[in-house]
Design a protein around this ligand. Structure first.
Ligand SMILES: [Zn+2]
Length: 222
């Protein structure tokens, strides 16, 4: 087993998700980034339209570049490394535990174009780490504009009717954790929470790798 791992490491060496330097297998990041991020790793406990949320980092600098690598450059191998940090923040923040994990869904033509939904990959990996089942009770039924490119008033209406609860029974009475890569204004996760709430779950909480809510102070709801 160890030999196979060493052989695989020769072909696909582990890299730091923040700067892409080579790292030892099983390390989360290189020592330089770990040192820098240990100072920046202040879990942000905030809101998504009234629902509790936690994010591991502020969305800027190396964290922003790392999330762009995952989202647009297929560096999906970084997800497990990042989730090693996010999963700890989830456990520290939400003592009540969860019955299911889900993600913010993508519209089908967007997913076809991108080939994968990074939020789903994050959620599936977290589900394995936390030992909580992954399910998809939500569907995105409307193509929407990118939230961060819109003005305040348009951000509020852009997502109206965008998500649908397609499996009410899956969430009824359950403690649900919904995952996204970034919390921007909190509108996307908040809208998903509202739609999930129609299925009468016991609890809904949110988690993301990074938060950009400092850019949207007027919209942040605690
Ligand atoms: Zn690094």
């Amino acid at each position: 087993m160890r030999l196979i791992r060493q052989f695989t490491a020769l072909i696909y060496p582990d890299r730091c998700p923040f700067c892409e330097e080579l790292i030892e297998p099983c390390e989360i990041a290189c020592p330089v980034c770990l040192e820098e991020l240990s100072r920046k790793h202040i879990p942000i406990r905030n809101g998504a339209l009234g629902y509790r949320s936690v994010a591991s980092f502020v969305y800027d600098g190396k964290v922003r570049r790392m999330l762009l690598r995952i989202k647009y450059y297929q560096r999906i191998q970084f997800i497990e490394q990042i989730n090693a940090i996010l999963s700890r923040d989830i456990l520290d923040t939400y003592e009540e535990g969860f019955d299911l994990i889900t993600c913010v869904p993508m519209y089908k033509s967007d997913q076809r174009k991108r080939t994968y939904n990074q939020s789903k990959l994050l959620a599936v990996s977290l589900s394995k780490m936390l030992g909580v089942p992954y399910l998809e009770p939500l569907k995105k039924i409307k193509k929407t504009k990118k939230q961060h490119k819109l003005k305040y008033a348009d951000r509020k209406t852009n997502l109206n009717g965008a998500f649908q609860l397609i499996d009410k029974e899956a969430v009824k009475g359950k403690r649900v954790l919904i995952v996204d890569d970034i919390i921007t204004s909190g509108n996307t996760l908040g809208n998903c929470c509202r739609v999930l709430n129609r299925g009468k779950p016991a609890l809904i909480c949110c988690a993301a790798v990074a938060s950009a809510q400092h850019k949207y102070p007027e919209e942040t709801v605690i």
